[in-house]
Design a protein around this ligand. Structure first.
Ligand code: URA
Length: 516
């Protein structure tokens, strides 16, 4: 006869996310002192297991004395983990509950194998719940499929309810919807409340192979019975596809991130998912078209702002004849609204007969305060690499496509923002003036904004990178990346590679400039 704690027990649970049934069984086992290794946890799988023992008997009077303590954190964790579909969850939870009686801080030991498994299960249930909230797609059950107006008492009954065309068979003024979803875990009951709050003014049914929920404006009904997919479609499918193809931004496409956000296993129930392969395949082409289009047609808003900010007699504005006069005039520049927030205009600097002109994007935080270009972190990166190839920055003219710092305040920080096409165009007046006054033979565009300004329309940096291009005005254009791009690369290996490429570019520029 084995000692009481070692006596084998079989516990059969419905096992569809009901925390109460596991909690009651676990409490009785613990009070009886049943070792975790002595318990066989089973799931009914929808049928009664005739051979399984019932849940352990009620505790005996002497057992009731046993002290049980359950930390609140465990209860919260267990309520989520119980929804997981792994049959091992019951035993794992019971073993953890058992261990907690002696190891009070067990849940804080995040490297403990049981805690690791529990946390992973909890995360998976939470993720599944989140995906259900995001990916349920309701289809309207139209006038040809009305049901009786009585509150639903059972979801399956509602789904199976025969069509009735009798007057008054629908809830007056309420539309009815149906959704099919396939969760990984038993999460319907925990997510149903979210849908009740969010879609309170319509009748709905969400059916899944792991239970279903229905709301009729009065009663929320949840069942754990599996349902079948009735494969409904409606006009909303087309709306979803239209919506998705419109919000899809090919310029921001990150396939891996997208597939992690919208894993493939959910695609078959998402009407818009059938568009994804085509959208990915055509993304690059679309980006090219967008870049060309954007340059041709700046948003009407930019034109309006520019017009409002522009001095009325722009055409008559006298063109300064020297670099000093240009620098002085630029101090009062109001050609675009960027002057409003910036500290000052940051004009170019360097010899007025420089053979090489470097063009950056716009002053950064430190340049805005100092009033000089490339004195902050990007400038330091530029100086360091230039020094390595004996390129003396002082012999070149260094300027920016846009002369005011564009930023967004965030707390005490000022976060750099890319200038838009309207701002680049407005400030091009100054860049052109600098080019006319200095007459450099070689213009170096550092980054896409500089390239756009020099070419006066958007071009892809990749098409020009490390290339010598003859411009219409007889000058040579050479294009490289912006030094601040190098500062932003998170991966150290890639950063080194990109710095090496930038160094090679500066070496070529040095060779070209020596020949001028
Ligand atoms: N980035 C630029 O493009 N120019 C500067 O002057 C500083 C940072």
């Amino acid at each position: 006869m084995p000692s009481p704690g070692l006596e084998r027990q079989t516990v059969t649970l419905d096992g569809k996310g009901d925390f109460g049934e596991w909690r009651d069984a676990a409490r009785r086992l613990l009070v009886a002192g049943t070792l975790p290794t002595a318990v066989d946890w089973r799931e009914k799988h929808g049928t009664t297991d005739l051979f399984a023992d019932p849940v352990p008997a009620e505790r005996k009077p002497e057992e009731a004395q046993r002290d049980i303590t359950v930390p609140r954190a465990f209860m919260t964790l267990a309520e989520t983990v119980i929804c997981h579909s792994d049959p091992g969850r019951f035993g794992l939870l019971y073993r953890t509950l058992w261990r907690l009686q002696a190891e009070r801080n067990l849940l804080d030991i995040v490297s403990d194998a049981d805690v690791v498994r529990l946390n992973a299960m909890e995360k998976s249930v939470r993720r599944d719940s989140h995906k259900m909230k995001a990916f349920v797609r309701f289809k309207e059950i139209g006038a040809d499929t009305p049901t009786t107006g009585a509150p639903a008492t059972d979801v399956m009954e509602v789904i199976a309810r025969p069509v009735s065309l009798e007057p008054g068979s629908m809830t007056i003024g309420r539309r009815r919807f149906f959704a099919w979803f396939e969760p990984d875990h038993f999460i319907v009951a925990r997510v149903a409340l979210f849908f009740q709050r969010r879609f309170t003014d319509m009748d709905w049914i969400i059916a899944t192979p792991k239970g279903s929920a229905a709301w009729d404006g009065t009663t929320l009904t949840v069942t754990s019975e599996p349902a079948d997919d009735p494969k409904l479609t409606d006009d909303a499918d087309t709306l979803w596809r239209t919506y998705y193809s419109n919000i899809f931004n090919p310029a921001r496409l990150k396939v891996k991130a997208m597939q992690s956000e919208m894993p493939k296993k959910y695609w078959k129930n998402l009407p818009e998912a059938e568009l994804i392969p085509g959208l990915i395949a055509g993304a690059e082409e679309k980006v090219r078209a967008m870049a060309k289009q954007a340059m041709k047609d700046p948003p009407a808003f930019h034109a309006k702002v520019r017009e409002a900010a522009m001095p009325k007699s722009e055409e008559n504005t006298a063109r300064p004849g020297t670099l000093d006069a240009a620098r002085a005039d630029a101090r009062d520049c109001t050609r675009c609204p960027l002057y409003c927030k910036a500290t000052q205009t940051v004009f170019g600097e360097g010899p007025d007969d420089a053979k090489v002109m470097f063009v950056g994007e716009q002053p950064g935080d430190q340049e805005d305060l100092a009033g000089r270009p490339f004195v902050g972190p990007a400038g330091k990166m530029f100086d360091t690499i230039a020094g390595e190839v004996d390129l003396d920055r002082k012999t070149a003219y260094v300027t920016n496509a846009v002369k005011h710092f564009k930023y967004e305040p965030r707390g005490k920080r000022r976060i750099h923002q890319k200038p838009n096409m309207g701002e680049i165009r407005a400030c091009r007046w100054w860049l052109k003036l600098e080019l006319d006054l200095i007459q450099p033979k070689l213009v170096v565009a550092m980054g896409a904004t500089a390239l756009t300004s020099v070419m006066d329309h958007a071009e892809r940096l990749g098409d020009y990178r490390s290339r010598k291009v003859d411009l219409d005005d007889g000058r040579t254009l050479y294009t490289t990346v912006h030094p601040s791009y190098l500062l932003r690369i998170p991966d150290e290996g890639r950063k080194r590679e990109e710095i090496d490429r930038f160094r090679e570019d500066l070496k070529t520029i040095k060779t070209l400039s020596d020949k001028l």
